[in-house]
Design a protein around this ligand. Structure first.
Ligand SMILES: [Zn+2]
Length: 71
């Protein structure tokens, strides 16, 4: 009985963004810090941008290391 009620509550609850905690109609999966998270579209877009920046700075670090290695 209690279990069924919990499932119903879960189904009725609005999905919540993992980042801004806003209740949204639809969640998107975004990679944040290397982990998949369900977030709203706004945060998903932001995560994509910051993820791209993270990848960029990583390649910069790799270039620096490669440069060091060659010397
Ligand atoms: Zn959000």
């Amino acid at each position: 009985m209690l279990e069924i009620r919990l499932v119903v509550c879960e189904a009725l609850r609005m999905p919540t963004c993992a980042v801004c905690k806003d209740e949204v109609d639809e969640l998107v999966i975004a990679m944040i810090g290397g982990k998949r998270k369900k977030v709203c579209e706004d945060c998903g877009d932001r995560a994509k941008e910051s993820e791209a920046i993270a990848q960029e700075s990583e390649s910069v670090v790799q270039n620096m290391m490669g440069f060091k290695g060659r010397r």
